[in-house]
Design a protein around this ligand. Structure first.
Ligand SMILES: NC(=O)c1ccc[n+]([C@@H]2O[C@H](COP(=O)([O-])OP(=O)(O)OC[C@H]3O[C@@H](n4cnc5c(N)ncnc54)[C@H](OP(=O)(O)O)[C@@H]3O)[C@@H](O)[C@H]2O)c1
Length: 225
């Protein structure tokens, strides 16, 4: 499988990339701004330093084309950055960064990779319990959670629009996972899951989940948040 994953330098994305790369049949194209952590895993991983909020994506897509020979089977839109700030203090720039990282970037990366997706390919968008409709919400996360909610609706819309091309699109909404992001948003909180555990779930879901789900927004959480 040719697998592209964004936000692969640490946390959930790093563990997912590492687990996928442990199987010889997988080749991983791993994107993040800092890729040092990805350099010495194994030859199944090709790291590329790229800020996913930077467009146009042409140079990134050219690299993916060269690497994949023109065929991508799985895309995991995982890159994310949390903003925990009082609603009345959030600036337009901070708001834009949340929507750029969590909505605009997945939107245009999917669009740019469309010619490369194989028949039966799977796009997995990493949303959040904060972006899951009807979930408990947290003060300070208005821009983050609303951007993750938009990503969830984008998932539903694209699952419909891309189904004639036999491309499945699903969203995973993790609850608390022990990563630097969680420590920043909720200092001192002990999450019930490690990044390695969530990475294991996500690696399996990315490879097999589209046999069971399409256009689904799936909460993956045993806690609040
Ligand atoms: N941890 C949780 O409890 C939790 C809960 C719900 C949802 N999530 C979601 O799960 C995903 C992974 O989160 P995490 O907890 O693993 O966070 P993390 O440890 O902070 O990792 C975030 C990843 O995203 C990358 N990234 C951030 N901005 C980027 C940009 N502009 N361009 C390219 N890469 C970028 C970071 O790499 P660089 O800094 O090297 O670029 C890093 O690899 C996120 O989408 C997050 O919203 C996490």
């Amino acid at each position: 499988m040719n697998i592209v994953i964004t936000g692969a330098s640490k946390g959930i994305g790093f563990q997912t990339a590492k687990i996928l790369a442990s199987k010889s049949e997988n080749r991983i194209f791993a994107v993040a701004r800092n890729v040092e952590s990805l350099n010495n895993i194994n030859n199944n991983i090709t790291p590329l330093a790229w800020d996913i909020t930077q467009m146009p994506y042409k140079p990134l897509v050219e690299e993916i084309k060269k690497w994949s020979g023109g065929k991508v089977d799985v895309l995991i839109n995982n890159a994310g950055i949390i903003l925990n700030k009082k609603f009345e203090e959030i600036s337009p720039q901070e708001f834009d960064l949340q929507f750029s990282a969590h909505v605009k970037s997945p939107f245009f990366l999917i669009q740019a990779l469309l010619p490369l997706f194989s028949e039966g390919s799977h796009i997995v968008n990493i949303s959040s319990m904060g972006g899951f409709q009807g979930s408990v919400k947290f003060s300070g996360l208005s821009a983050y959670s609303s951007s993750k909610g938009a990503l969830a609706v984008l998932t539903e819309a694209l699952a419909e629009e891309l189904s004639p091309k036999n491309i499945s699109v699903n969203a995973i909404c993790p609850g608390a996972v022990q990563t630097t992001m969680l420590e920043k948003a909720f200092p001192g909180l002990k999450a019930p899951l490690s990044d390695e555990e969530m990475g294991g779930f996500l690696a399996d879901f990315a490879l097999n989940g589209h046999r069971f789900f399409n256009g689904k927004i799936l909460p993956v959480s045993s806690s609040t948040p």
